[in-house]
Design a protein around this ligand. Sequence first.
Ligand code: PMP
Length: 387
Amino acid sequence: AVYLDNHSTTKPDPRVVAAMMPYFTEIYGNAASVSHRFGWDAAEAVDHARGRVAEAIGADPKEIVFTAGATEANNLAIKGALPLLKRRGDHVVTTAVEHKSVLDVVERLGREGGWNVSIVTCDENGLVEADAVREAIRPETVLVSVMTANNEVGTINPIREIGALCHERGVVFHTDATQAVGKLDLDVQADHIDLLSLSGHKIYGPKGIGALYVRRRDPQVRLKPLFDGGGHERGLRSGTPAVPLIVGLGEAAALAIAERAVDLPRIRTLRDRLEAGIRERTSDVRLNGHPTARLDGNLNLSFAYVDGEALMMAMRDVAVSSGAACTSAEPEPSHVLRAMGRDEDSARASLRFGVGRFNSAADVEYAIEVVAKAVSTLRVHSAAWSA
Ligand code: PMP
């Protein structure tokens, strides 16, 4: 089987696994234990990892809060920041293409939390225009959350511009950079970012670990913790630090930055070959996502006259995702593709390919073959195709 679902998660890099191992077997102290060597060694490893994560986004190590992943980081950013901003205003802006761990949080605050919410839409390529964000901001806006790059269609948003306009208006800017870290040149200073979420398992690190960058020395950027406890992570995230996972995240972040110049062009070449190969063999294929402002590994295609679910089934040997998010029992057409103006059928008949560090040219050729066969088989049985 060929793995082409690298937006969903990535294979942990063997170097990451090797870096983590000693922290399971030998260096098992509690990083919060200050009275003995076991604790000191663990704390040192956590500090080292914190520095590596910070460096990947141009932050100070003191600005990194380790969480259980990007879902928690997004929740902490929004639910943590808003209570302390309420005296300044009651309006929040986010976008229709966010991951559910942003969109559902904001929508719930709108329903139950007494917040006014604006959901900015995207263009037909999934791009959130800075002007659209500018128009949504009101005098009472206190927080804007716009993702750096989209997890379904890979579209990259103009977050530097959006960050700048937020800061001109004194609005706190959060970005979910889960899909972008290690893939784009991110710098929290130059990009005017106050809060940034990231995750280990999207960058060849372990699952269940992520981080939130929280800008320091800005009275506006203060958070209320999601849970009470021992006051770890500067009081923002209580709970014994997951030392092996934190070490893994640090290693993964450092590798992503160190190898980006080699990895990304290779991944892009494979991705472009995948698209060209599929198009050579298959007609009526439409690209979802921005033609140029797109993550190197992303390829999201709609195949006319086929059912996405059936297509997925027909190509089980190639791991991809479909535009019908199977997060629930009832597959819903993707909210991202719908926001881009795709109709339900087109959204359902879409596949998301994610090319990653461990893919080879052979993987891509195999996938082209499997997709072409699956689509043509399904179209033979499609009344719309033969009509
Ligand atoms: N945001 C985005 C853009 C993502 O792609 C994902 C993972 N699908 C998340 C947040 C959630 O990350 P995690 O799995 O670390 O909670």
